[in-house]
Design a binder for this molecule. Structure first.
Ligand SMILES: Nc1ncnc2c1ncn2[C@@H]1O[C@H](COP(=O)(O)OP(=O)(O)O)[C@@H](O)[C@H]1O
Ligand SMILES: [Mg+2]
Length: 264
C-alpha cells in the first residue's frame, strides 16, 4: 500500500483568534493516518477539538499549522472527494427521499441514466425503498438520517465524514443505524472518519480509534480493537461480551475521566 494513500494528517494545529479574546488553541500537533477502506473514530471529551479536526479534513476550516492530504492530494478546501454527514438531518423538506438522494448528483451533472441506478442502489442500501416517494416530514429521525447518508454516498466520496451522526437518535435507533452503516461501509469499502464521544459506538464501529486529549487537543492514544476479527461481524452482544472489549472500555473510561479532571 502506498503510504500517501488514505487520509494523512501531519502535525496539524488550530488556533482560534476571535477579536479581543484570548487565542484558543483547539488542536496541537495532531498526526494520524487512516488507510483506505477503514473506519476511523475521533473520540474524546467534549471540547477536545473533534469537530474542528473533522472540519479541517472536510476543508471547512484551515489548519493554522501542519498539513492534511487525502490519497496524496493536499486538502485546501471542500471537495467532492469528501462527503460530510452532520448530526442534524440535512435533507431538503420540499424534496422526496428519491429527489434528496439524487440532489448531489443533479448539481454535479451526472448522466441521468447512471443516476437512477445509483440513486436506487443507495436507497436500497439504507432500506428506504418503501418510502422513496415520501417527504422528510413523513419520516422518523432515523429514516431522515438514512436519507442524508444515502445522498452523501451516492456521490461516491473517497472519504465519508460524520460528526456524531447518531447522537440525536434514541438508543435503539442508534444501534440499528450503526449496524446499517457498518454493513454498507463493509460492502462498499468506504473509508469513514467519524466523530463520537460514545465509547461503545467507537469500539463497535472503529477499525482504529483516535483518542484526543483536551486543552489543547492532542492525539493521546491510537486504539485498534483488532479482537473484533474474533467475533462475528457486527455481532454487538458477542463484542460487548469479549474480555478485550471490556478491557478497552475500562481503559478508555479512565482516559476520559483523566481528561475530565485535567479540564476541570
Ligand atoms: N469557530 C470557533 N471560534 C472559536 N473557538 C472555537 C470555534 N470552534 C471551536 N472552538 C473551540 O475549539 C475547541 C474545540 O471545539 P470542538 O472542535 O467543537 O470540540 P468537540 O467537537 O471535541 O466537542 C473548543 O474549546 C471550542 O470552544
Ligand atoms: Mg463536536
Amino acid at each position: 500500500m502506498k503510504t500517501n494513500s488514505g487520509l494523512n494528517v501531519h502535525k496539524a494545529g488550530k488556533i482560534f483568534r476571535a477579536g479581543s479574546r484570548q487565542p484558543r488553541v483547539a488542536l496541537e500537533g495532531v498526526s494520524l493516518h487512516l488507510p483506505p477502506g477503514q473506519v476511523g473514530v475521533l473520540l474524546g471529551p467534549s471540547g477536545c477539538g473533534k469537530s474542528t479536526l473533522l472540519r479541517m479534513v472536510a476543508g471547512l476550516e484551515a489548519p493554522t499549522s501542519g498539513a492534511l492530504s487525502l490519497n496524496g492530494r493536499a486538502i485546501t478546501g471542500p471537495g467532492r472527494d469528501r462527503g460530510m454527514v452532520f448530526q442534524s438531518y440535512t435533507s431538503f423538506p420540499w424534496l422526496t427521499v428519491r429527489q434528496n438522494v439524487a440532489y448531489g448528483l443533479t448539481i454535479n451533472g451526472d448522466a441521468s441514466s447512471l443516476k437512477e441506478g445509483v440513486v436506487d442502489h443507495f436507497i436500497r442500501a439504507v432500506r428506504l425503498q418503501d418510502v422513496a416517494n415520501a417527504y422528510p416530514h413523513e419520516l422518523s429521525g432515523g429514516m431522515r438520517q438514512r436519507v442524508a447518508i444515502a445522498r452523501t454516498l451516492a456521490n461516491h466520496p473517497e472519504l465519508l465524514l460524520m460528526d456524531e451522526p447518531f447522537g440525536a437518535l434514541d438508543p435503539e435507533t442508534r444501534w440499528q443505524m450503526q449496524e446499517l452503516l457498518l454493513g454498507i461501509v463493509r460492502k462498499e469499502h468506504t473509508t469513514v472518519l467519524l466523530v463520537s464521544h460514545d465509547i461503545e459506538e467507537a469500539l463497535y464501529l472503529g477499525d482504529v480509534v483516535f483518542f484526543l486529549s483536551s486543552h489543547p487537543g492532542r492525539l493521546r492514544e491510537v486504539i485498534r480493537p483488532g479482537f473484533k476479527h474474533e467475533v462475528p461481524a457486527g455481532d454487538r452482544e458477542a463484542l460487548l461480551d469479549h474480555p478485550e472489549y471490556r478491557r478497552l472500555d475500562l481503559h478508555i473510561r479512565r482516559l476520559m475521566s483523566e481528561e475530565g479532571r485535567r479540564a476541570a
